[in-house]
Structures are given as structure tokens and as C-alpha cells.
Design a protein around this ligand. Sequence first.
Ligand code: PLP
Length: 462
Amino acid sequence: MDGTFNENDLSRVVEADRAHIWHHLIQHKPFETNDPRIIVEGKGMRVWDQKGKEHLDAVSGGVWTVNVGYGRESICKAVYDQLMKLCYFAQSAGSIPGAIFAEKLIKKMPGMSRVYYTNSGSEANEKAFKMVRQIAHKKYGGKKTKILYRDRDYHGSTLAAMSAGGQDERNAQYGPFAPDFVRVPHCMEYRKHELDGAPDENFGEWAADQIEAVILREGPDTVGALCLEPVTAGGGVIEAPEGYWQRVQEICKKYDILLHIDEVVCGVGRTGTWFGYQQYGVKPDFVTMAKGVASGYAAIACMVTTEEVFDMFKDNADDPMNYFRDISTFGGCTAGPAAAIENMRIIEDENLLANCAAMGDRMMGNLRALMDKHKVIGDVRGKGLFLGAELVADRATKEPVNEKLAQAVVADCMAQGVIIGVTNRSVPGKNNTLCFSPALIATADDIDQITDAVDGALGRVF
Ligand code: PLP
């Protein structure tokens, strides 16, 4: 390499990528023998790679992010105009797009009141965790520092977020973790046989009662918060069963425990409502969000809380410690809220929540039909355009399919020009769930193209 670089020379770009990029999420050794793939361009639901091959993106940028689709000129223009006016100022002061987006967001979240801007989902979650700890010190004499999290849930890649990580395979090599994070059992109906004593009836209430059992074991005066995903994402697209959320809310109230809902994936329309928790009648104390907030056009994440929580951090002006002693440098970037305002306008004006719900129903119908046809599909589940199909070697025992076969399905779809995802890959013995999260603009033809590709792939692989 001679140091000259022309981004239009795509083989040269591939060379630079292979030589210098440490990619996310992948094992590099096998990757190096694969065909390289650089995504060059995107428009609507589709992306093109460096060879000019078109792909229908059924996972919104790989990780549930590009909710309004690619190539949105109006978002780019809003970001450009804002950057020319003011690119950045720390959030110790305010900014025009920051204030406008916060007001618009709060209008979608009755009961919530304050927005704390940050860069990533992990960081947004850490802000809430720190607030819980500070409340424990201020209000409960240093007790109630414990934060409960659920088996199979994920809350981010930083160390405290990993301490609340319910996916052992991700955590295995990175301990020790932060103290006072305590796990509660999963609530996955399809795999309830893994849970001792799980009943046939009223599993939802029973699963929530397992949280209460953990609280009683730990001591209610030591537990400050419970952190849950509305629909578990990377852990296998898991929607809680009927009766679960109501009991969760009762339990939090009974033991004075703050409820933190992680909407990093589900937030901003993915499940067919603005936020996933709104489908279950839950009243959270903290809501965190990231991916769909600006659909990947700019990096922005938000930690949103109530006026009641906010008040605890400002009620004594004479005490110099009485505030949230925290900063997120890039929480002051104005590109994020500028993009988020336009992202929200698009979702409203194009009626994308309704489209998400309708296309989600269509996709669920298609997946159920595939389940009738292919016995390797043991379960289909999810909400809105956030769906999963779990692959099993044996429907009776629910033994997970070999993960290499699950990956072969993804590769076959890719060869057909459809990008789908799989959770828990490279985890022998864990469930392997194909996952689908197309942009909220998906049409019936897009949905059918995705499920037709899966149909073909399952036929060839199994
Ligand atoms: N929470 C959930 C539910 C997620 O799925 C993720 C990322 O996938 C995160 C938090 C972490 O977000 P980020 O990667 O932006 O830090």
C-alpha cells in the first residue's frame, strides 16, 4: 500500500479494511477466508455492496437500527443545516434541537419528564444505573444499591452494562463485573421447561413471582431497581407472557423498586407503538433508548426519567453534591437531536407505526406458514417488525439446532440477496433464533421476499 487512497477504488478499500479494521461482533479468523463485504450504499430497504450486489436488508443495518430506511434526504439536510449553525456545545448549556426533540419525545411518553442525552445504549443504561446508586445513597442510607436484571436480556458492552448482562456467552471472558447486579430468571414461555417448577397455566404471573422470590432472598431494602427489555432482543426475541408485566409493576410498587425499561431496540416504533412498554400498560421510572432514535443518521441515545426522580437530584441547592455528577461529551452533539426530530416527523407523517403493526402481522403470518412447512422451526414470536423464528433439531425435546446450520440459513439468504440475522450464534447448545427487523417502511412485497428467501434456505439447509 502506498498511502494514496481513492474511495471509489473499491478493491483498495477492501484491502484497507482487511489490513486495519477490527470488526465488531465477528470472529476474525474464519471471516478472513470469507468473501469480503463492504456496504457501500443504501436506499429505502436496500443496500449495495462493493461488488454492486443488491441486498434487501431485513435487519435494519444489522442491529435493528435504521428504522426509517436508508437515503433520507430530509434527515441529512436537517443535520447539515444544524451542523453549519452549531455543531456542538456541552449539555451543561442547552441547544435548540436538544430542547425541541426532548419536548417532542416527552409528549410520546406520558408520565415521563426529563431527557439526558448520551451516545450509545450502553451509556444510557449506565446513566440510569448511576442514578439508582445515587438515590440509594441519598434516600436509603447507602442501601438499595442492587439492580436486578433478567436472564437472556442484554444492556450493553461497557463493564457495568455487562454486569447487568443476562447472556453468559457474551460475558464469559470479561469478568469480574460490578457488584450488586443480581440476576432473575427468564420468562420465555417456549423454554419454560428449563425453569424448575414452571406451571402449565399462568406462566406469566409465575415468572414475575420468581422476581419477587429473588427480591425476598436478597432483602427488599437492598434492591433499588429492576432493569428489563420490553421484548428481549439478542437473547432470542422473547416477548413476556400474558400476566407478566402487570405482576412486575405490582412487585416494583410493593417493594419500592424503580423500574428501568431498556428500549434501546424496541424504542421509536420497532414494535408498532412508540415504545414497547406502552403495549403492556407499564409505568417505568427510567426508559433508555438509542438505535431507532435517529435511525443511525447520527449517534444519539437518551435516558428518560420522571420529574419525581429528577427532583431527588436538585432539592438542596446548598449542598454542592446534590446533582447528578456526570457528563457525556458527545451528548452535546447537535446532529443527534436534529436527526431525531426529522426521524420522528417521518414516522408520524408516513404513518409508520401503523405500517409496522400491519407488516408485522403479515410477517408473523408468513412465519407461521413456514413453521407448518418446516419442522425445524420450533417457535415463532415477537411484536411488530421485531420477529424471531427459533430453530430446533427436535420439536419434542426442543433441542437447539446446530448453530452452524443456523448460520448456513443466514448465508443462504445472503446469497439470495436478503440479509437476515441470527441470535446466539456460535453458542453450542443455546437456542438459535433467526431474527427479522426490517425498516418500518417495509411493503408487503418486501416482507414476502424475506420469508420466501427463508423458505428456500430452510429447504436447502435441512
Ligand atoms: N440494550 C439493548 C437491548 C441492546 O440490544 C443493545 C445493543 O444491541 C444495547 C443496550 C447497547 O447499545 P449500544 O451498542 O448502543 O451501546
